[in-house]
Structures are given as C-alpha cells and as structure tokens.
Design a protein around this ligand. Structure first.
Ligand code: RB5
Length: 144
C-alpha cells in the first residue's frame, strides 16, 4: 500500500520520527513535506495531501500539525477526503471500521510517537464494515 505523509512545522518532528521508524521496517512513506522546522501553513500540507489521495498517487495519507485539529479541518474541505484525528486506540479502530478514513491525522505537540505507531497499526489491521456505513459516507459526499 502506498502511504503519503505531510505536516506543518508543528508536526515536522513527529513526521520525521515516523518516516525513520517505518524505513527501519522497510516501509517507505512518501514525504510531501514540510522539509524543515520553518513556520508554514497547515492548509498547504492538507492541500498537497488531498491532491495526492484524490489523484490516487497514494492510498492512505498521514497528516500532522501541532494538535491535528487545523490540518483535519483543512483536509476535510476536499470532497472525497475523509480525515480522522486518531486521538486514542478506540478511535483508530473506528476511523477504519465505520468511517473508512483515507487520511489519518495526529498531533505533533500532543501525542507520543509510540502511541501514534500503535494507532496506525490498529487502523491498518481493521477492516471497513461497509453496509450502513457506506450509505453514511455517500451522504457526506452528497453534502446531505
Ligand atoms: C502551528 O503553530 C499550529 O497552529 C498548527 O500546527 C496546528 O496545531 C493548528 O491546528
């Protein structure tokens, strides 16, 4: 599975840690930036990610800002993007099972890397339930 990752400066450190962690396991995350700790705008990272997912250049996106809130709001403005802030393990499971999120979001200033890695694992191991949840996702896309 192709996975892309992007952050603003508030998520830069966590992004780098995740890239290193998965590289050690032989998994290469496609790094969409930011590439240093200079202040930048999280909507720009969200836009790059939305384009990457919607153009099918990656199947899953990981977005990080300071809290994960701003970048979630920005990413969810794009039709077809379902960005979920995985603030605990249960949420990590439900974001796949019920929401079929295609972007998962973390807070670089609010979360530990070990928790984030565990939540990514839970999300990846969970199956989307479909059924009534498909109908609900379709309603989101219709704007109803
Ligand atoms: C940047 O200082 C910070 O506002 C941003 O990373 C994020 O937390 C916004 O929601």
């Amino acid at each position: 599975m192709k996975i892309a990752i992007a952050s603003d400066h508030g998520g830069f450190e966590l992004k780098q840690e995740l890239i290193r962690h998965y590289a050690d396991l032989g998994i290469i995350l496609q790094d969409l930036g930011t590439y240093n700790t200079d202040s930048c705008d999280y909507p720009d990272a969200a836009k790059k990610m939305a384009e990457t997912i919607l153009n099918r250049q990656a199947e899953l996106g990981i977005l990080i800002c300071g809290t994960g809130i701003g970048i979630s709001i920005a990413a969810n403005r794009y039709h077809g993007i379902r960005a979920a802030l995985l603030y605990d393990d249960f949420t990590a499971e439900m974001a796949k099972k019920h929401n079929n999120a295609n972007v998962i979001v973390f807070g670089g200033r609010t979360m530990q890397v070990s928790d984030v890695v565990r939540r990514i694992g839970i999300f990846m191991q969970t199956e989307f339930e479909g059924g009534r949840h498909n109908r609900r996702i379709e309603k989101i896309e219709e704007g109803k």
